[in-house]
Design a binder for this molecule. Structure first.
Ligand code: 1MF
Length: 181
């Protein structure tokens, strides 16, 4: 994934736990030789997985907890790190934003060819509930999507409840969520 993702993990850890803890995590992930991540460089997904795994060990959290916290953090981090305007253009409420996410990734993909964009498809169930289909080349990030949805709830100042309905873990070909807002 693009280095921006690893930098966001660093930002989250440093903000909540300090630089000392971040250095421990980097060491445990055997990434101590990397002085810093470059946003626009594409790194192997393995680097991100190692960071998440090491963070679990150091922080005493499950990978679901780390990924969910990271999803929430990503929404505010990217808004402050140069992508604020892009996020604003994607919509000012949850259903609109989710409908525009594939476009957002398509536009980014034009400039950053190594992006492997996920796809989000939503279907209204009633005026404040939608079913969200998340498809990705990557396995295991459903907890991060739960966090992303919570982060969007914070962004749009609305309470968001998410339930996972179907998952790749349990044999479906993609992850499905029911989102109340
Ligand atoms: O392939 C990738 O490197 C990649 C990185 C981040 C693909 C997608 C994403 C964003 N996505 C991460 C979780 C899903 C990953 C997956 O299933 O494969 C989160 C999508 C999202 C969902 C809800 C709300 C907001 C979301 O993201 C907004 C967003 C998406 C992408 C970027 C920023 C905000 C982005 C911008 C620049 C990037 C990489 C991602 O790379 C750079 C950075 C600097 C210079 C050049 C390229």
């Amino acid at each position: 994934m693009y280095g921006l993702v690893n930098k966001a993990i660093e930002g989250m850890v440093c903000t909540h736990f300090g630089e000392q803890t971040w250095n421990e995590i980097k060491q445990k992930a055997e990434l101590e030789d990397i002085d810093f991540f470059v946003s626009m460089d594409a790194y192997p997904d393995d680097v991100t997985h190692r960071l998440v795994r090491a963070a679990c060990g150091v922080l005493g959290m499950s990978s679901e907890e780390v990924l969910q916290a990271f999803g929430e953090y990503w929404v505010t981090y990217t808004a402050e790190e140069g992508y604020g305007e892009m996020l604003e253009m994607a919509g000012d409420n949850l259903p609109e934003f989710l409908n525009n996410l594939d476009n957002l990734h398509a536009r980014l993909g034009l400039s950053f060819p190594e992006l492997k964009p996920p796809s989000f498809e939503s279907e209204a169930l009633d005026s404040n509930t939608l079913e969200l289909h998340y498809r990705s080349t990557r396995q295991g990030l459903a907890p991060m999507v739960m966090g992303l949805l919570k982060g969007l709830g914070g962004r749009f100042k609305q309470k968001v409840e998410v339930q996972q309905k179907g998952s790749r873990e349990s044999g479906s070909d993609h992850d499905t969520f029911v989102v109340k807002y």
